[in-house]
Design a protein around this ligand. Structure first.
Ligand code: SAM
Length: 217
């Protein structure tokens, strides 16, 4: 079985990890602690893995790409839509410390699993998991320095743009139910600048400003 160091070296070699801070975060937060027990042997393979309810923990290279695009700095306040296993939330908290991460999950069972998983994070007290529809963001805590959406959205929800701080960055997959393009959105002097970072495949964002649930039944 490959180990964590070997996985991180592979991600550096392939150009997915580019910064020292993301390298350190991915070496410190162990993906094995966030995958279901039966998949532990596969935790260091660069592939998505099932986490229950037809959802996945993203492949490590995709996690690294999003973290590099986000450029999270110490003290920032970060919003994540799609908690899943809690892995990405812990990585982001590591990067933002002593800042905070608010992460929203729409499926109750995953919300509970992530609550357990994040207990292994060095600063879990700075992570708040919210059960609900993240397509509406989290106005109670807005504005956010960074917003990451880890499920595919049909469009960039206007409410999320409104909850992004001036100079803030949002990373979001936008497109169809199965395939999307990964966008980095930067709010600069009130203007929205969008960059397309290529094709990706995320599970859909389901909610008021996402896809409708009945499509998947
Ligand atoms: N970031 C996660 C991790 O580190 O394990 C992986 C996220 S998984 C690819 C996408 C997650 O988005 C799923 O857990 C899914 O239930 C959630 N999701 C989909 N639509 C949502 C919504 N409207 N609000 C909150 N979570 C949503």
């Amino acid at each position: 079985m490959k180990n964590l160091e070997e996985l991180v070296k592979e991600l550096i070699r392939e150009g997915f990890i580019r910064s020292e801070s993301v390298r350190e975060a991915m070496l410190t937060i162990d993906r094995k602690d966030f995958v279901p027990y039966i998949y532990r042997e596969e935790a260091y393979i660069d592939e998505p893995l099932p986490i229950g309810e037809d959802q996945t923990i993203s492949a490590p290279h995709m996690v690294a790409i999003m973290l590099e695009l986000l450029d999270i700095r110490r003290g920032m306040k970060v919003l994540e839509i799609g908690t899943g296993s809690g892995y990405n939330a812990c990585l982001m908290e590591y990067l933002a410390y002593p800042g905070r991460v608010i992460t929203i999950e729409r499926l109750k069972s995953l919300y509970y699993i992530a609550q357990e998983n994040i207990k292994r994070c060095p600063h879990s007290e700075n992570i708040r998991i919210v059960y609900g529809d993240g397509s509406q963001g989290y106005p109670e805590e807005a504005p956010f320095d960074r917003i990451v959406v880890t499920c595919g959205a049909p469009d960039i929800p206007q409410v999320l743009l409104e909850q992004l701080s001036e100079g803030g960055i949002m990373v979001i997959p936008v497109g169809g139910h199965y395939f999307q393009d990964l966008y980095r959105v930067i709010k600069r002097k009130g203007e929205i600048v969008k960059e397309n970072h290529g094709s990706v495949a995320f599970v859909p964002m389901i909610g008021k400003f996402g896809f409708k649930e009945e499509f998947y039944i």
